[in-house]
Design a protein around this ligand. Structure first.
Ligand SMILES: [Zn+2]
Length: 193
């Protein structure tokens, strides 16, 4: 178990296609999952995919309790998803502001499908299948994109809707000050070697 170094946008490894995991029960796969959990929780993310710590394998995790970034999001229990796939259940899309541990200090407006069914394997090798909507559905699409080498800024249609987290915050909530936990989070990730 270890908190791993996060790859940040610009690193070539984030733009690659990840490969299918063949042995879920191997020590290597199980250790990778432990590292993903530790790293996501340490940096306060709602999800993290293996390529973000430099492992080009098809696994991501999601978890959300009460994040200031997504105050209206329903909680998502810690979910490990290996070799995930999803199917869109409605053509309806919705725009929302997204951030990413690999794009620290920025946020952008992205359109995502609102309703989908996904499946994948848990860390015990059991199949997980869920029908979800809202924040949960968006998180799945964001994390799955990482497995295909796509970062959320690549999906922002108007570059004016991509910017520094505090500047966008002021635009969205002109009467509120920029929250301390968000400042701390950005500082934590910008840990240059
Ligand atoms: Zn991300």
């Amino acid at each position: 178990m270890a908190i791993r170094k996060l790859l940040r946008m610009g690193d070539d490894r984030l733009y690659n296609q990840s490969t299918i995991i063949k042995d879920i029960h191997s020590n290597k796969t199980q250790a990778l999952i432990d590292d993903l959990i530790d790293t996501m929780r340490h940096y306060g993310g709602a999800g993290i995919a293996a390529p973000q710590i430099g492992e080009l394998q098809r696994v991501f995790i999601i978890e959300s309790n009460n994040l200031s970034r997504y105050p209206n999001a329903e909680p998502i229990p810690l979910t490990v998803l290996i070799n995930p796939i999803y199917e869109i259940l409605s053509e309806q899309q919705e725009e929302d502001w997204e951030g990413c541990l690999s794009v620290p200090g920025y946020q952008g407006l992205v359109s995502r499908y609102t309703h989908l069914r996904y499946q994948g394997y848990g860390r015990d090798g059991q199949m997980i299948e869920r029908e979800v909507s809202g924040f949960h559905a968006k998180a799945i699409q964001h994390e799955n994109d990482h497995l295909n080498g796509i970062l959320f800024p690549m999906r922002v249609e108007d570059i004016r809707n991509f910017g520094c987290d505090d500047s966008i915050w002021k635009r969205l909530y002109p009467k509120q000050s920029y929250p301390e936990d968000r400042k701390q989070k950005v500082r934590k990730i910008w840990d240059f070697d």
